[in-house]
Design a protein around this ligand. Structure first.
Ligand SMILES: [Zn+2]
Length: 426
């Protein structure tokens, strides 16, 4: 089996893995401005694409794999939620591209992706070529990261070799998601594991929630606005559920509402559909006309984008950045090259093409949907005990550190691949 890494190595963003030159596992973009796409963008012609989940850094470039000149196009496999989300997000990417001056695909490609999409349930073994017994079979497992997220098992019959790609994975519960159950994953010869939180432990979630809520209440009491930038997919809904459970009613602005409306149609992929519905039933929704009102009183505003790379959050940042009573509460990891990372590291951010100093308070909360350090290590040790021979560490700022740790701890074959590297495994 040949594995070529086209992106997502020693970085978070643009995850893209090519297997035997014909199967793609994830095809994402790094959501910086402008976005960065996988190596060889536009030149690969896979037969099949398996998408782990609908975050742009995993799914955002899939429509670009649809060749528009002929009807040849790869089959695309994912869970039903990931399918619906991918269509929504792809269309949004086209819109954002028009504003920001990039175009990786068009509406015709998205329609083609829709026609070639096969939705797959968790735990159902399928062949990639549609035959009863093809050379490649695969299976998706709940990855606990966002609704519909999957870890992917792929087996090549003729070489009797298998891999497990974790995608983004969480083995602890959140309010929105049941955790992944790695105990149910099949043993595999090769493991491709995300490394986002290698060497970093998550805080206790309940304590973190209380600190977050106390900080928001303090801002409201002092007459300020609490701006909570969130991903539209997953984080907005998780944060709305947390706020609701503490009796706070947020304004919600941006695509998080459309994503919620889509989640409602897929309740089996949610841990507690009722709690999510209650949170959204009580929230106030804002569009571009009502933004002024949301800021006219002390308020908590949950809005996109989570890393401040565009979206309504920039409107709010522009209005509050000189107000020391107001606060920006970041809710997760900020990828290198994003506006959010700049805010954390330099105390300034780009708004309307201008870099402004932010005098409001900035806080960062780790509401991560990824496994922390000990969860990652527990996951690898489980696979290692079950006979996994080769481990690739991907999707992280310190994948080399993780691979080194694994080699020293287990004496195993752990590799931190580089973008563009190819490995042949027998
Ligand atoms: Zn993700």
């Amino acid at each position: 089996m040949k594995i070529k890494f086209l992106g997502g190595c020693n970085e978070v963003g643009r995850s893209a893995i090519l297997v035997d030159e014909k199967i793609v596992l994830d095809y994402g973009l790094r959501p910086s401005n402008p976005p960065v796409i996988p190596l060889g963008g536009g030149t690969i012609l896979p037969k099949s694409v398996i998408v782990s989940h609908a975050h742009l850094d995993h799914s955002g470039m899939v429509p670009s794999l649809m060749s528009t000149s002929t009807d040849m196009a790869p089959d695309v496999y994912m869970t039903p939620v990931t399918g619906d989300l991918s269509l929504l997000l792809s269309r949004d990417t086209i819109k954002v591209g028009k504003d920001q001056g990039f175009a990786f695909f068009g509406e015709e490609d998205v329609r083609k992706m829709e026609r070639h999409m096969h939705t797959v349930a968790y735990g159902k073994r399928l062949t990639l070529d549609g035959s009863v017994r093809g050379d490649y079979e695969f299976e998706l497992y709940n990855a606990g990261h966002i609704p519909g997220s999957s870890s992917v098992y792929l087996r090549k019959e003729s070489e009797n070799i298998s891999l497990l790609y974790t995608g983004d994975i969480k083995t602890d519960e959140s309010r929105l998601m049941e955790s992944a159950s790695p105990g149910d994953f099949p043993a595999s010869d090769i493991l491709l594991i995300e490394s986002t939180y290698y060497d970093r432990e998550h805080r206790n979630r309940k304590e973190l929630e209380r600190e977050f809520i106390d900080s928001i209440k303090e801002t409201l009491n002092s007459g300020g606005n609490a701006i909570v930038p969130c991903f539209a997919v997953g984080r907005t809904q998780e944060i709305a559920m947390i706020l609701h459970s503490y009796g706070l009613t947020p304004y919600i602005d941006g695509m998080g509402l459309s994503v919620y409306n889509l989640f409602k149609n897929h309740s089996p992929f949610l841990k507690n559909a009722k709690a999510l519905n209650d949170a959204f039933r009580d929230a106030h929704f804002v569009n571009s006309k009502r933004r002024k009102k949301a800021l006219s009183e002390p308020s908590v505003i949950v809005t996109t984008a989570g890393m401040l790379n565009g979206g309504p959050v920039l409107y709010y940042l522009k209005k509050i950045h000189e107000d020391p009573k107001s606060k920006v509460l970041l809710t997760g990891y900020q990828i290198e090259g994003t506006n959010g990372r700049r805010l954390v590291e330099e105390g300034c951010a780009e708004v309307d093409g201008e870099v402004v100093k932010v005098n409001s308070q900035v806080e960062q909360y780790d509401f991560s949907a990824h496994a922390g350090d000990s969860e990652l290590k527990e996951l690898v040790s489980r696979f290692y005990r079950n006979g996994t021979g080769i481990i690739f560490t991907v999707h992280g700022d310190n994948t080399e550190g993780f691979a080194t740790w694994l080699r020293e701890k287990y004496g195993c074959d752990a590799i931190s691949p580089k973008n563009g590297e190819e490995f042949e495994i027998e």
